[in-house]
Write a protein that binds this ligand. Structure first.
Ligand code: CA
Length: 175
């Protein structure tokens, strides 16, 4: 019955956990603005103002998305991203990098460090939220994976990339 299906869907939506985003940014105003807008989109935000704190969080809990500033005091974003990929509870979490730099080489370094996408500062918070939503297509898959016992070999290496303004899933090629 369609009515029952609708009820089941509503029940699932009400009981499923909100996607959790780790927001790593040392500028409190930007961090809070990002979290405010993600909160309005029903994301739960965990904030960190530095790389060490972010890595500690990534090693202790599951995240559905990481928004990571490149220029951080102490450990920089590129180092944090590599560490998240190599040694954390979130080796395949989508990472959206924030960079103040416009040089092509820095974007390449960011992507080669394992980031899935980047935004150049100054960015519009609505664009950031749109990108976050773009990754939401992979969130359901991510929470299913969480219920499995930890087994790195079983973890999908699918990567979310932007193609012509839209998100598409592509399998990461091993190199
Ligand atoms: Ca910064």
């Amino acid at each position: 019955m369609p009515a029952e299906e609708g009820y089941t869907e509503a029940l699932e939506a009400a009981t499923s956990p909100r996607p959790t985003v780790l927001v790593v940014e040392d500028e409190p105003n930007i961090r809070e603005l990002v979290c405010l807008h993600l909160g309005l989109e029903n994301y739960e935000c965990v904030q960190s103002g530095d790389g060490e704190g972010a890595l500690k969080l990534a090693r202790s809990q599951h995240f559905d998305l990481v928004i990571l500033d490149v220029m951080l005091p102490g450990l920089d974003g590129v180092t944090v991203c590599k560490a998240i990929r190599r040694d954390s509870e979130n080796p395949d979490v989508p990472v959206l990098m924030l960079t103040a730099r416009r040089e092509e080489s820095d974007k390449v370094v960011g992507l080669e460090s394992g980031a899935d996408d980047y935004l150049t500062k100054p960015f519009g918070v609505r664009e950031l939220v749109a990108r976050a939503r773009c990754f939401a297509a992979g969130l359901g898959r991510s929470s299913t994976r969480r219920e499995r016992p930890p087994n790195r070999s079983a973890i999908s290496t699918s990567k979310w990339i932007r193609r012509g303004g839209a998100c598409a899933s592509a399998t990461r090629t091993s190199s």
